[in-house]
Structures are given as C-alpha cells and as structure tokens.
Design a protein around this ligand. Structure first.
Ligand code: NAP
Length: 274
C-alpha cells in the first residue's frame, strides 16, 4: 500500500531558529493525520527569490513568511489576495501550477484570538501602536470587526498615515504619530504592534489611556512580551500576549495549504505550558 504523500512546507525569514511555527504545524498535521515536513529556513532580506526557487525545486507546496520578507514575498507572487494587495505584506504563500499565490492570515489570527479571549472590537475605540508589517497585515480584518474608531499611532507618522489612507474605504481609520497618543483620550482596546518589546522597552502608554474595562493586546509573546505584560500587571490593565494570534494565523495558513480545519485551543495550551 502506498504511504501518505509528504506535504512540504517551510517558514522563511530571519531570525527563525527559535520559531514555534514548526511545532504548531506538526501538531496540526497530527490532528489531520497528514505527513508534513515543515522547516524553518533562515533567509535574509533580498534572498527570498533564491530560497523559494530551491524550495520549489524540492517540491515545496506552501510556506509562511516572517520578518523581514513579507513585502518581498508579495512582489514574488503571481497573484495576491485583496488583503495582501492593500497591506503590501504576505505571510502565507500557496503553490500551484502557475506559481506562488500570496495571502495574509495575520488579521484572521488576531481577530480569532481576540474572540477567544472575549475581546469584541465591535463599537469600540481602538488604538494600534506601530505601522509595520503586522499592523498592515491585520488592519483589514480588524476594521471588519466593526470598531467605532481605529487610530494607528506610529513613531514614523508618515507610515501610519499612508497605511490608514489605503484602508479608509474599509472603516473609520486614521494614522498619526506615536507622540499624539498621550492626548488621544481613553481607549477600550490598545493593541501593541511595535517591536519595542524586543528592545526590552514598553511603548509610551499611561494608565489614563485605558477605559476601566479596557484591554491591552500585545502581538508580542515570549521574552519580547515581558516588559508590557509587567507594566499592565502593575497598572491593573487586562493583558493578553500574541501567542494565541500566532496559533490562529498558523491554523488559517494550514487551512489554505491542506483544507483542514485545525483545533487550536489544545495547541495554544501546550505552547503556554512549554
Ligand atoms: P516591523 O515591520 O519591523 O515593524 C515594527 C514596528 O515597531 C514599526 O511600526 C516601528 O516603527 C515600531 N518600532 C520599533 N522600534 C520602536 C521604538 N523604539 N519606538 C517606537 N516604535 C518602534 O515588525 P512587524 O512585522 O510589524 O511586527 C511587530 C511585532 O509584532 C514584532 O515584535 C513581531 O514579533 C510581532 N508579531 C507577532 C505576530 C503574532 O502572530 N503574534 C505576528 C506578526 C508580528 P517605525 O515605523 O517608526 O520604524
């Protein structure tokens, strides 16, 4: 009897050596009873084309893309989803006979994890700090959740402004400088999508920015999440890190590659215990 076909998947970006993605996708493969080879391949900026070519030659069918290659991935694709065309950032590629098709599952992952935590953006005033690839990828799905307002606050004001401008037909969104946050009133939800936690720092927030029942959602997880988590604990602000988003965006990618709907709760719990 022939064995099950091996599905060849990969993660491209740098650094990727400590990524949880291979473990997450092996857990999904086990649920689906599929044979999956998912490798993290360290790939510097400017070399995705070569790496993807080698992966295609050995039968690669799908891949995730992380920092700093999300824009490069979009440019290499033969087709981009609507979200990717708007955000100019792809985190998932799917191979067919014509070439690589670019998708973004970050926004699906963010909104799914907000839902799991009982955080509903509907009608809420939301601030998203940072305007990099993650904010770009997640913005359309966040606006789809019907917030009353999404303010993008970024160190480089122009990036925030341009990102908001491209998305303004999808909902009430504006972009401004991070230094405007202090005078912006109170929020129901503040999403940290900066990479400042990797520098051991906290974004410029203060307790007066949070409504009494507000949440702080941090896209970061692990060591990079520690500074903001400690700040929120110290100021009695409800906090959730981005590990659940990581699992949910992975499940959405796995669905694109295999059609299988993975169960995410047990996979997240296993990662939280590790
Ligand atoms: P990115 O494209 O490099 O963008 C980084 C963002 O952080 C930019 O807006 C940048 O502002 C801002 N920033 C960096 N250092 C700062 C500082 N010292 N002060 C103020 N702002 C600063 O990164 P990304 O892909 O958007 O990812 C952002 C974070 O989310 C990363 O830590 C990443 O690990 C995490 N992430 C998590 C998930 C998940 O599934 N949980 C998914 C994607 C990303 P400028 O534009 O002014 O440079």
């Amino acid at each position: 009897m022939a064995g099950r076909a091996l599905i060849k998947l990969a993660l491209f970006g740098t650094p990727v050596n400590h990524s949880a993605s291979p473990r997450i996708h092996q857990a999904f493969a086990k649920q689906a009873a599929l044979e999956v080879d998912y490798r993290a391949i360290d790939t510097p900026l400017g070399s995705l084309s070569k790496a993807l070519g080698a992966f295609t030659d050995r039968g690669g069918q799908g891949c995730n893309i992380t920092l700093p290659l999300k824009h490069e991935a979009m440019e290499l694709a033969v087709h981009c989803s609507d979200h990717v065309a708007l955000s100019e950032a792809a985190n998932t590629l799917v191979r067919d006979a014509h070439g690589w098709h670019a998708h973004s599952t970050d926004g699906i992952g963010l909104v799914a994890d907000l839902n799991s935590a009982g955080i509903n953006p509907d009608g809420k005033k939301v601030a998203i700090l940072g305007a990099g690839g993650a904010t770009a990828s997640a913005l359309a799905a966040l606006l789809d959740a019907n917030p009353s307002e999404v303010g993008i606050y970024n160190r480089s004001e122009r990036t925030a402004f341009e990102l908001a401008y491209r998305h303004q037909h999808l909902g009430p969104v504006f972009g401004t400088g991070l230094n405007s946050l202090a005078g912006a009133g109170r929020f129901d939800l503040i999403i940290n999508a900066t990479s400042i936690g990797h520098q051991g720092q906290v974004p410029p927030i203060n307790p007066g920015l949070f409504q009494p029942d507000a949440w702080c959602y941090d896209l970061n997880y692990g060591v990079a999440a520690v500074p903001l988590k400690n700040w929120c604990t110290g100021h009695k602000v409800q906090y959730r890190d981005g590990l659940g988003m990581l699992v949910e965006q992975a499940a959405a990618s796995f669905r694109l590659w295999t059609g299988f709907e993975a169960e995410t709760k047990s996979v997240l719990e296993a990662l939280q215990r590790a």
